[in-house]
Structures are given as C-alpha cells and as structure tokens.
Design a protein around this ligand. Structure first.
Ligand SMILES: [Zn+2]
Length: 453
C-alpha cells in the first residue's frame, strides 16, 4: 500500500501503452493516488522518490475499464439449457432462475465477478443490475460494499424492468417492479452513494433494462431524473434483430427513433451492444455523443451480430469495451475481451484498421468516456493512478518479440500487478486478503442451489 504522501516510481517498464501521445519509457511517478509525472526514456523524476519499483519485466497499461456487465450472472455460467440459445430464448429460460436470486447469492456473485475482473487488469467496472425480487431490495447496497472491500472503482447502475408478459413485454410478471418504486429507489441510491468529481470510487447510473422489458414512460422518467441528478444513463440497445422487430411491433419505431422519443439520444447515455444501426442512425448517435459498450464475446456467443465499431468511432461515438454478463460470455476477463474485440473487428475492417493500440484504447480511454470519466483510462499527469501490469514469463509468450503486441496476440489473461488509486490490489498475480478457494466453494454451492430452485 502506498501512503498518499509518498512518491513511488514505476521505473522503466519493458513496454507501456499510455493511451495518448506521451512517451512513458522512463516510467510513472505516483503520489496521492494520482500520476504526478510521466517520464520519457532516461528521464529522472523531478524530486526524490520514497520507493522505486523496477518495472523492467512488466508491460504497463492504464487500468482496464469494463463498461457493461451483469455480475449476478456468474451464478448461471454455461448452464446447459441455454448453451446454444439465441438472446430471447436464452432470456426466457433464465428469467425464472434469476428471479430466485438472494442477497447472499448476489454478494458472492459480485465478489467473484470483481475478483475475476481485477485479476485480468480491470480497475473500474460498470454493472447493470435489474433484478429486484422480494428480499433483494438492497441489491445495489450489497454491491457497493463488495466494491469497497476489493478496493476497485465501479459505476453501479440501478437497473429496472417494468414491462412484464401481461403487458406485452418479455420478462415474467413476477420480475417487474412499479415505476414509482424504481424511481424512488434510484433517487435514494444516488443520494447515498454517488460520488462526483475526479477520483470517485462509486458512481450510480440509471439503467432501465431494454426496450422489451421497460415501458416508454419509465425510460422517459429515468432520463428526466438522470438529468436532474446529473448521473449517467445506460441500457441495452440494438443487440439483436428480434429486438428491432419488437420495437417495430410494440412502438412502431426503429431502435434509435425509440431512443430519441424517450429523451435518451444524448451524451449522458451509453448503450450496451449497439449492433444493428444503419448509416443514418450511426450519424445521429455520433452527433449526439451517445456512447456504445462493445461486447464482442457475448455478441459471438449469442450470434447477435458484429457491431460497426470503426464507423461508430468515425461518426464521433465513444466506444468502450464490456465483457457483458457472465451468462453470455461466460468469462469476466477484460484482457481476453480486448483480444476478442480486436479479432472480431479485424474480420469486418481488416488488420490495419484494427491495431493492438486501437483495441487497447477501447478498453481504457473509450470505456472511460462511456462512463463519463475523464480522470481515468490513460497514463498522464493528473490522471488517477490506476495501472495494470503484465509479465511475459509464461510458456505462451516464449519466443515473442513485441511485448505490447504479445499481450493480445499470445493471449495474456491475468495481470501480475494491479494498482487502483496508487494502492496495490493485485500482487504477484494474487488478491491479498481474499480466500479464493473459499469463495469458489461458496459461490459454486450458491449456483447449484439457484438452478435447483
Ligand atoms: Zn447486457
């Protein structure tokens, strides 16, 4: 742990990706939880440092930022009945299982997801939690505690479902809530937990689940509340053609027209998936500054389609990266996700348009923009000291030449060291203070109980 007043020099890394034009070959000086100096090769810190960490074995990245997840789904990974199902069938099978979620289940699932993310080099995670069955009214409060326990940052979104099967929606009636209850709880959570400004640890966003599970009225009311409270808006949009057909039948609108009609076509919003947009819709999203969380593994797993990421960026849409929920990935590993994103997008746009640096940019600066965080996502003076460090001493890297490219091309999947706000949270590939074997045992037991009912 680095006391806030001490100065730490992460000296001369093997390779470094800053996410900007700065030369950081000489390393980083960290103090007070922030990056104080970025040093070029052979440059010395401007003042003596209390501690020097020789990073000569490490490839250094800004802490990875996950912009879309559903932590609770770690309890339903690789569940046989939905292994080969598309989105709507997958959801209809899983809703009744998820409706049994208890506070203890969510606590374990959140701890597993965050531990897995952190070990993969992720320092900030967004979660979209939209299940509040009787007894789980404190879902977000539970998540806040686990985030704090692991020493990460999170944007926890207060999700919601209000359009049940009886009213033409997809989820069972037992899983939906009254709009007044949703909005009152959203206000409570913002008041209790939302931190503003640089260095925030917990932020709260509002996140009606999807066009097929919430009413138009709740979408519009959520946008009004988010504007009044100055918090971000998140939802799933344009994930599948089934969703596009649903919007046409239910609202008589395409997805982006629907989004605009409820007041969401703004730079306050970021959208999970964002796959099925036409040229005109991409231009409108870019003009509005609405962001997209690209989720390549989930999109391939459910065969939902390939997001038009390069065209979205060209239009001005901030693009971040998300692992999506662990029932459709089924890993919570940000490094694997960067590799998947690079390869999926290369199939669409070619290898020269989708470089290693571009893919890493989605997982760092892009995700930071999606979450509205200009204090995260790059290595530069004044930014938060959130850093992920990888070594290349495993078999899979043997014989590799370009250290940064090797991370993605050889398939790095766990960090050796991770720092959040200047404090080490992963050391030698381990999470100090967390009994991982005990967690796996408890979580596995909860998963079995959840499925068996
Ligand atoms: Zn999702």
């Amino acid at each position: 742990m680095t006391p806030s007043s001490s100065r730490l020099w992460l000296k001369s890394p093997l390779a470094v990706f800053t996410g900007n034009d700065l030369d950081a070959a000489g390393g980083l000086v960290i103090t007070g939880g922030e990056i104080a100096e970025v040093l070029a090769a052979n440059e010395q810190p401007s003042a003596p440092c209390d501690e020097v960490f020789d990073a000569g074995r490490h490839v250094v990245l800004p802490g990875l930022i996950n912009s879309h997840h559903h932590f609770y789904q770690t309890l339903t990974r690789a569940w046989t009945p939905v292994v080969n199902a598309p989105l709507f069938g997958w959801l209809q099978n899983l809703y009744p299982v998820w409706a049994r979620l208890t506070p203890r289940d969510l606590e374990l699932a959140t701890r597993v997801a965050l531990a897995e993310l952190l070990l993969s080099g992720c320092t900030t995670a967004a979660d979209h939690h939209y299940l509040f069955p009787a007894g789980l009214e404190q879902a977000i409060d539970i998540q806040v505690q686990v985030v704090r326990e692991l020493g990460m940052r999170a944007t926890l979104t207060r999700g919601s479902m209000s359009l049940g099967q009886e009213d033409g929606g997809l989820p069972p009636q037992s899983t939906v809530q009254r709009p007044d209850d949703i909005l009152a709880d959203s206000e409570r959570l913002i008041g209790e937990y939302h931190e503003r400004g640089a260095g925030a640890v917990i932020q709260i966003g509002l996140a009606p689940c999807s066009p097929f599970s919430v009413t138009r009225e709740l979408m519009a009311a959520s946008a009004e509340l988010a504007a009044r409270e100055d918090v971000r808006l998140h939802t799933h949009l344009a994930e599948t053609i089934d969703e596009e057909d649903f919007c046409a039948d239910m609202f008589g609108l395409r997805t982006v027209d629907y989004l605009e009609s409820v007041g969401w076509l703004t730079d306050r919003s970021w959208l999970g998936h964002g796959i099925h947009f036409n040229d005109e819709e991409i231009a409108r999203l870019g003009a509005a500054g609405t962001a997209v969380a690209h989720c390549p593994s989930s999109n391939m797993r459910l065969a939902s389609g390939i997001a038009r990421v390069v065209e979205l960026e060209a239009a001005g849409v901030p693009v971040g990266l998300g692992v999506d929920g662990s029932a459709s990935n089924d890993a919570s590993n940000m490094m694997i996700e960067v590799r998947q994103a690079m390869y999926l997008q290369r199939l669409k746009y070619g290898s020269q348009a989708v470089t290693v640096e571009r893919a890493l940019g989605w997982a760092t600066r892009g995700s930071a923009r999606a979450l509205g965080r200009d204090d995260l996502g790059q290595l530069a003076p004044g930014k938060q000291a959130d850093v992920a460090m990888f070594t290349l001493d495993e078999l899979r890297f043997s014989g590799s030449h370009d250290p940064l490219a090797a991370l993605l091309l050889c398939g790095a999947d766990h960090a050796d060291r991770v720092m959040v706000a200047g404090r080490w949270r992963v050391i030698d590939g381990q999470l100090p203070g967390l009994d991982l074997a005990g967690l796996i045992a408890d979580h596995s037991q909860a998963a079995r109980r959840l499925i068996s009912g």
